[in-house]
Design a protein around this ligand. Sequence first.
Ligand SMILES: Cc1cc2nc3c(=O)[nH]c(=O)nc-3n(C[C@H](O)[C@H](O)[C@H](O)COP(=O)(O)OP(=O)(O)OC[C@H]3O[C@@H](n4cnc5c(N)ncnc54)[C@H](O)[C@@H]3O)c2cc1C
Length: 470
Amino acid sequence: MVDVLVIGGGNAALCAALMAREAGASVLLLESAPKEWRGGNSAHTRNIRAMHDAPEDVMLESYAEEEYWQDVLKVTSGLTDEKLARLVIRASSQCREWMKHHGVRFQPPLSGTLNLSRTNAFFMGGGKALVNAYYRSAEKLGVQIRYDSPVDSIDIQDGKFIAACVGAERIEAKTCVLAAGGFESNREWLKEAWGVNELGESPADNFLIRGTRYNNGVLLKQLIALGADSVSDPTQAHMVAVDARAPLYDGGICTRIDAVSFGIVVNKNAQRFSDEGEDFWPKRYAFWGRLVAQQPGQIGYSIIDSKVLGRFMPPVFPGEKADTLEELARKLGLDPAALVKTIQTYNAACQVGTFDHTIMDDCHTIDLEPPKTHWALPIDTAPFYAYAVRPGVTFTYLGLKTDETAAVRLQGQPSKNLFVAGEMMAGNVLGKGYAAGIGMAIGTVFGRIAGTEAAKAALVQNMEAQHATA
Ligand SMILES: Cc1cc2nc3c(=O)[nH]c(=O)nc-3n(C[C@H](O)[C@H](O)[C@H](O)COP(=O)(O)OP(=O)(O)OC[C@H]3O[C@@H](n4cnc5c(N)ncnc54)[C@H](O)[C@@H]3O)c2cc1C
């Protein structure tokens, strides 16, 4: 029987598998996806948010614990477990050397990276290169890896993990790490969570999934049904406004629309619905998918003029372009008179100061509802551009409650041999909201803890068995 069974094949699972193997345990990793799609959402990532007290390798200046914590507190509006959040923050300063040891390479940030050069370390070759490096290292260390192996259920008896089932096959292990992602790829569950809005629409019908199709939450659902303690709620998720033309799965980073804070966003009635300049884009981008999800038809239109071109990362596909606002409205299928009125009202409310998108500048609106509190420039310079946007779900936050040992808690009791990492428990730190790069920080830190604890628990069982037979 294997010591540690790791369920999942993304960053959290690989960190757990590597740590468990390094601690001397035998490890089997079950990845639902075929080899060519391995790595889950982690394969789409670019960076990790990391605390540092002084300039270090690719990290500039400093990003101290307190500032990181205040960022988490702000984006979650306090819906976070401070002890676990601080644990992630502190440990995020210590994982880069270990990551490099397993083949991950870092690079200085390039332009278009959401002003993250001080706070985030970027992976050379992105998340795809990171997971490939981890798989290579895991193979070299003797971790057994099986692809095309979706675990349908696990057998738990008296709070103890016994076995996992893949189809008709039953795989026993001494301990288990659950790192199988959220339930973002499970449309039925998303529909159930989001229900029907006042217009009779099922908002989740119009959600696009930015990453893998394999995170369907089967085990999350089973564990919650079995009485595992859970955190967050099923509608909370990292949700980005993505190009409405993006594919249903795996559109990845290049479908994100980063023009929002440079212009305005209207719904299909050509009405604005939120402050596009509330905060720096890295702290707001993950809210916009949700805001669009709350609009009729779950669609929005990000509108800019030519003054701001070149100031944000351009989406992969060009947007609609027109010389007049009426023509732009017609191309978008919006009522031209309504759009012109919204933009004229907005333009009239703009108090132009000194525009600077690298600071919270003094360009804001007055007497406008909703206001635009920063970067408010009139939309007056043709040609005009627009991108239709849909809610793009990155990952869901409903997860398993845990503690600093990464143990799954069943009816309040920490399991001795079942651990959890990554998206399956990210809701402990992220009750809502997001700060770019924290997903990989949570997955790396808790993946490493879960692997270490699982190995420790398995090796104790091995020792006990040896004593019993001695
Ligand atoms: C487009 C995009 C960009 C992102 N960019 C960043 C970024 O730059 N920085 C950042 O911090 N975060 C980013 N994120 C979020 C980040 O991907 C996640 O927070 C992190 O990767 C989660 O890691 P994980 O291992 O928990 O999940 P995943 O990487 O999704 O891994 C889950 C794994 O479980 C497998 N699986 C699922 N169900 C089963 C089952 N029943 N049996 C067996 N295996 C199963 C899946 O196939 C997958 O391999 C991004 C996400 C997306 C989609």
